[in-house]
Write a protein that binds this ligand. Sequence first.
Ligand SMILES: *[C@@H]1O[C@H](CO)[C@@H](O)[C@H](O)[C@H]1NC(C)=O
Ligand SMILES: *[C@@H]1O[C@H](CO)[C@@H](O)[C@H](O)[C@H]1NC(C)=O
Ligand SMILES: *[C@@H]1O[C@H](CO)[C@@H](O)[C@H](O)[C@H]1NC(C)=O
Ligand SMILES: *[C@@H]1O[C@H](CO)[C@@H](O)[C@H](O)[C@H]1NC(C)=O
Ligand SMILES: *[C@@H]1O[C@H](CO)[C@@H](O)[C@H](O)[C@H]1NC(C)=O
Ligand SMILES: *[C@@H]1O[C@H](CO)[C@@H](O)[C@H](O)[C@H]1NC(C)=O
Ligand SMILES: *[C@@H]1O[C@H](CO)[C@@H](O)[C@H](O)[C@H]1NC(C)=O
Length: 819
Amino acid sequence: MKFLFSSLLSLTVTPLLLLAQPSPDVQARITQAIADAATDPNPDLSTLVNVFIGTANDGDVCPGASVPFGMAKFTTDMTGYAPAGYITNPDEQIKGFSPLHDSGTGASGSYGNFETMPLLCPDGFDTCITHFNLRKRSRKPDTDDASPGYFALTLDNELKMEATATRRAGLERFSWPSGSKPYIVFDMAFDNAGTWAGGSLDIDPEKGRITIGGHWSSSFGPSRPRYQAFACYDLLDGGRQEIDEYGIWRADDYGLDAKGLGQLHLNLTENLIGGPIYQSGALVSFANNPESITMRVGVSYVSKEQACQNAEEEVGDASFDEIVQRAKALWNDRLKKVEIDIANTPANITEMLYSSLYRASLTPNNATGEAQGPFADTSAYYFDSLYCSWDTYRTFFPLMALHSPVEFAQIVDAYIDGWRKTGWMPESRTNNVPGYTQGGSSADNIVSHFALNYAEEASELGIDLNELYQALLADGEANPPEWNTIGREVDVYKQYGYVPFAVLDAFSMGRQTREASRTLEYSFEDFGIYQVAALLNKTEDMDTYYNRSLWYRNVWDPSVESDGFTGFMQKRRPDGSFEYSDPINCSPQNQGSRSCSFEADNVNGFYESSAWEYSWFAPHDTAHLIELMGGNSTFVNRLNHFFDAGYYLAGNEPSFQTPVGYHYADKPALSVDQVRKVVFQNFGITAAGLPGNDDQAAMASLLTFHLLGLYPVPSTSELLILSPFIPKYTIHNDYLSTSTTVTVVNYSTDSIQEVIPAGTPAYVESVTVNGVAVDTRCHFDFQDTFKKGGDIVITLTADKDSANSCAGSVPASLSNGGF
Ligand SMILES: *[C@@H]1O[C@H](CO)[C@@H](O)[C@H](O)[C@H]1NC(C)=O
Ligand SMILES: *[C@@H]1O[C@H](CO)[C@@H](O)[C@H](O)[C@H]1NC(C)=O
Ligand SMILES: *[C@@H]1O[C@H](CO)[C@@H](O)[C@H](O)[C@H]1NC(C)=O
Ligand SMILES: *[C@@H]1O[C@H](CO)[C@@H](O)[C@H](O)[C@H]1NC(C)=O
Ligand SMILES: *[C@@H]1O[C@H](CO)[C@@H](O)[C@H](O)[C@H]1NC(C)=O
Ligand SMILES: *[C@@H]1O[C@H](CO)[C@@H](O)[C@H](O)[C@H]1NC(C)=O
Ligand SMILES: *[C@@H]1O[C@H](CO)[C@@H](O)[C@H](O)[C@H]1NC(C)=O
């Protein structure tokens, strides 16, 4: 999800020297850890992770303290565009510190509820500056610090804020210069998207407890339904701290600054006149001038009581350092699923890989036991922040399929539960409520990917494939009355064989734009359904969905020409005529200003993409695209032109598969060259090291596949073979009790750069799996490789010409008998 066209096109990279955050010590520590890990047989992999990658250049990554898939992610909330709370830009200021965030989601800014902020109030309680527009402060340069499970930030007045986390709770530790009286302000109403709609706050001075609850709206969806959230702050640190003053406050931008020393309750409804949020909350000071205060924080989407209980159960009496150590241990368990030959891998590659694997386990947020609305009391697993499935089906879930079937099955259960409770699987669950759909029902490609890779294990993993199939059919057949947030506009699609432009749809509501890209995505979703129908021997449905998965062809206009290439995807009217839009529109070379996203005046026919970009999209039938485009050599020339002319957009999901497209034209060495360029031109180890929004680790998982020399085709078990950036790695699948080691013969670190120097081995010459030669060097199947475990040997050669064919079959396509 890129959301804003301006950010879609913002490829500007903040100059490194201007970045005063994070602290240079962070990279120095990681560099040392990588050097040490080279000789350590059992390295602490969490020390190799740079959590700040993607915290500049609109990467929208949350570097906050979190456990894997944590519901709580503790970080600061800042001025400026900072959807994940934190950004490195030193010009932006800190408004507070809070326990709920998303990572890599963009939009208007997610969560940020229940902010706190340490204050200095030398003239006492009544003079404390509580309103966030007035209390906001800059940071001390070069001091931001974080690592998996830990976050710290120092303000320019030397006040330090630290946090560590469990799944639904954590500890916040604030420090003051010696001799100052500690004050802490708590917010009842704030969230990053500014959507508060009523809530309450209670102070219990005896227990030293503040509880807060309220209602807010999704950051990427309609304002209703609203979600509820709760927090519980325990202030006494097991009796080691003593509260002095306490009370409530309210404030606005125009003079209201009222405090009620000794008052214990706030209970306010939504402000129906609208306008700026009335700030309100609690204010507390502590006795005996301690230099630091540790607060235990629990969060819940069910109740204040449950928020307190979560803190009691998950943190209990544990110390700050104990919680940090527990979080690190959980991260090591996740990161250990991929072990690499650190000694022989370039340090930047090691850091990029483990940082990507980290983010690929940071979301979605495991809110099991915390479901609300139609999901309240569900017995299924429940994950928040499934947005957007259009982003994550391509690489995020396929990466999970390689090593984490248990976690993957839990998330699939949550998708199926969406169908059980609402009639359709979620496309974009944002802040616990339905957000906007991007391509249709992309969940179809997620649950079908699970089914295709784990059919035999599904029932033991808690997934009933027949139920999964029913959920797919609902997405494929049932047109919801409103398809902006769930399902697809499937009635007109079925009637015409494409989503027609300007069609009279009398029975369902949605924004009738993006007709070409919706058709392309719907047809790939239908391929996902076809695959499961085939798996389950549903012969009649197989036929139906096979046909529907070819409907991408119905928006191919063979007459459109651009830069000398003919044939492009275009939107189409109900009478069959095409509606022309220049294929360059909404590409990075777009001329003039234009709406390209959800806007009502996005008349281009595509969602956040150009016809140049989306015309490559038929991952299940590229062989036929090659025919449409005029054969293999024209296809290759057109791919080259696409990259050379600057139409490719590395950070945009429809572009994910394009760099490996050469495989389908039997030119795999060109894919290898292209992926090297993609990685070195767009990714790195700095805060600006992502080409825009991480999109809930869609980018992180794409980069992981590129570094491993693999590319997954969604809704299948096929993997394309490329040239690994790492000489040797092992993927552990604990559930299957298998380990698969990929060894790269003739690996050369000289090849690990943007342009592979002539004479350097980098191209795949041959591949063996457990000693048996694979009969093509372009692809193999998960079922025959990582599923079984053992040894994969990829032998490289410098002879690019000899390696520039598959020496066997090209990857599968429907139209040449594949799948
Ligand atoms: C807040 O006030 C409303 C009435 O305005 C009441 O119904 C509700 O129970 C109160 N909530 C809390 C948590 O005190
Ligand atoms: C590693 O990344 C840093 C930071 O971007 C860069 O300065 C350095 O050149 C990179 N090293 C290599 C060997 O590419
Ligand atoms: C999610 O939380 C539940 C409840 O604690 C746990 O059983 C499950 O393993 C967790 N799953 C993931 C992927 O974190
Ligand atoms: C589908 O049919 C194949 C071949 O007849 C058979 O091996 C397989 O067990 C069947 N699968 C199911 C789920 O019925
Ligand atoms: C699928 O398409 C083929 C060829 O156009 C046609 O013969 C067949 O009837 C179609 N099947 C279904 C179920 O629509
Ligand atoms: C492209 O090349 C592949 C592999 O050599 C071949 O099977 C296919 O028929 C070619 N496609 C066209 C349209 O010529
Ligand atoms: C490794 O690459 C070199 C240079 O291209 C080549 O001569 C040699 O045969 C390769 N080794 C293997 C095992 O293929």
